[in-house]
Design a protein around this ligand. Structure first.
Ligand code: ATP
Length: 232
């Protein structure tokens, strides 16, 4: 579904991604894990057209999207939930969801029902101003807003960031449900333990390079991963 080959991305003189290659197959949850500053967010930004690679290629659904602008990628079925959620703080929950469905003007009743079934908290708070939601609810809203456009690939950047453990558990339960219903997900996480539990496969980024890859289970059992990312 997504094939990233040999990308090199720079912020001025900072070489943020070095020959990064990876792929996501249909129906998979693939995790990108790594320390702060390893290049995880930059990878997602490059796939969604917000950053550009000097080399290599990015293929989505068999089509070369290396130079496709972000707004066109949304139409092709790529949804990116950025780090920090970026919901519209002054709008209500419902208005935020409507913004997510802008591809076909207004969400249908079924689409809203689907989102509210998956995220009952959002239904309870549908007329509340989004800026007053808790961190976990804001994350659910950001995910709901992305899902309402029926993406073929959902990219989540640090969905558990800043959340209390119980909410982290809820967000990962939702990721698991999405996986079971066939959604393809590329997940960026600093919480390697949770990410490796939910991922079919994972890649480890270190200083802008893919240092290791394997199934979620293999990496969770690897001594070097345990030492570096799983607290020993
Ligand atoms: P984090 O979890 O902190 O977001 P990350 O793994 O997502 O970490 P990136 O944000 O992709 O890492 O950053 C990769 C490298 O690029 C880091 O060295 C970072 O300092 C640098 N970088 C990221 N954004 C910028 C920017 N806007 N300007 C300059 N350098 C940047």
């Amino acid at each position: 579904m997504l094939k990233v080959k040999d990308i090199n991305v720079y912020y001025g003189k900072i070489h943020a991604l070095k020959n990064v290659s990876f792929e996501v197959r249909p129906g998979e949850v693939v995790a990108l894990i790594g320390a702060n500053g390893a290049g995880k967010s930059t990878t997602l930004k490059t796939v969604s057209g917000m950053m550009h690679s000097r080399t290599g290629s990015i293929e989505f659904l068999g089509e070369d999207i290396t130079h496709t602008p972000s707004h066109n990628l949304v139409y092709k079925g790529l949804a990116h939930v950025p780090e920090g959620r970026r919901i519209f703080q002054q709008m209500t929950v419902l208005e935020n969801l409507e913004m997510g469905a802008y591809l076909h003007k207004k969400p249908t009743r079924e689409e809203l029902k689907d989102i509210f079934t998956r995220f009952p908290r959002l239904q309870e708070r549908r007329d509340q101003v989004a800026g007053t939601l808790s961190g976990g609810e804001q994350q659910m809203l950001a995910m709901g807003r992305a899902l309402i456009s029926h993406p073929k690939l959902l990219m989540l950047d640090e969905p558990s960031m800043g959340l209390a453990p119980i909410l982290v558990g809820q967000i990962f339960a939702i990721i698991r449900e999405l996986h079971q219903s066939g959604t393809t997900i590329l997940l960026v996480e600093q919480n390697a333990e949770m990410a490796l539990q939910v991922a079919d496969r994972a890649y480890v980024l270190e200083s802008g390079k893919i240092a290791l890859s394997g199934t979620g289970h293999e990496l969770a059992e690897s001594d070097s991963i345990k030492k570096a990312y799983l607290g020993g």
